[in-house]
Design a protein around this ligand. Structure first.
Ligand SMILES: C[S@@+](CC[C@H](N)C(=O)[O-])C[C@H]1O[C@@H](n2cnc3c(N)ncnc32)[C@H](O)[C@@H]1O
Length: 200
């Protein structure tokens, strides 16, 4: 099954819809006051479809993902590389990444780029997979799991890189056990760790 098909199936499942619902609610609360927002690693455009009220540009390095995304919403989607963005300084009031930084060759280069394309006071929200969670561990055991391509698993290192440029807070988010999705701050149950903050 191609990556695109895997993502489509996931987000079409009841479980995927619950996950997406929680993630989009979180992002909406954090970014609703931002005039122009960039989603780096937008995949098949699920967030753009759900966050229809927000002015989001989706960026991904996979044309196949973008093709799917363009069918899901009329937002702007661009082909690009997180580590070398084709946007000028201060183009956005907000940037978010969902389970993307940890899959990049250099998340540090990507963070430098986020800093550059954000306006002063711009907000960054990074949702990062928590490798300590039950959910991650169970998935990563499967031979064909996308999670196996993860390159960076040290959450504190990623947070410390982001906190050089942003007044950050970090929190565990999105409890998952089996098919249940719930609120938690427990690091063993939270599938994600969120680092967020405004540019200093
Ligand atoms: C795990 S997926 C997450 C997709 C989406 N954010 C979601 O949560 O459904 C990671 C995404 O990052 C994209 N990606 C990988 N390397 C990239 C890069 N260097 N620049 C931009 N996007 C990249 C992949 O094509 C993929 O769509």
């Amino acid at each position: 099954m191609s990556d695109v098909e895997k993502f489509v199936r996931f987000y079409e499942s009841d479980f995927g819809k619950k996950v997406l619902g929680r993630e989009t609610d979180y992002l909406y609360n954090e970014l609703r006051d931002r005039k122009k927002i960039l989603d780096i690693g937008c995949g098949i455009g699920s967030f753009e479809e759900r966050l229809a009220k927000l002015n989001i540009v989706g960026l991904d390095s996979s044309e196949e993902m973008l093709e799917k995304a363009r069918k899901r919403s009329d937002k702007k989607f661009v082909l690009g590389n997180a580590e070398n963005l084709d946007f000028s300084k201060g183009s956005f009031g907000g940037v978010f990444t969902v389970t993307t930084l940890e899959f990049l060759g250099s998340y540090k280069k990507a963070v430098d780029e986020v800093v550059r394309v954000l306006e002063p006071g711009g907000k960054f929200v990074a949702m990062i997979l928590n490798p300590e969670s039950e959910y991650f561990k169970a998935h990563a055991q499967k031979a064909d799991s996308y999670f196996r391509r993860i390159k960076h698993t040290n959450l504190k290192e990623i947070e410390s890189c982001i906190s050089k440029f942003f007044a950050t807070t970090g929190e565990y988010f999105l409890g998952i056990r089996g098919q249940d999705v719930f609120d938690t701050r427990d690091k063993n149950l939270a599938a994600l760790y969120v680092v967020k903050g405004v540019k200093v």
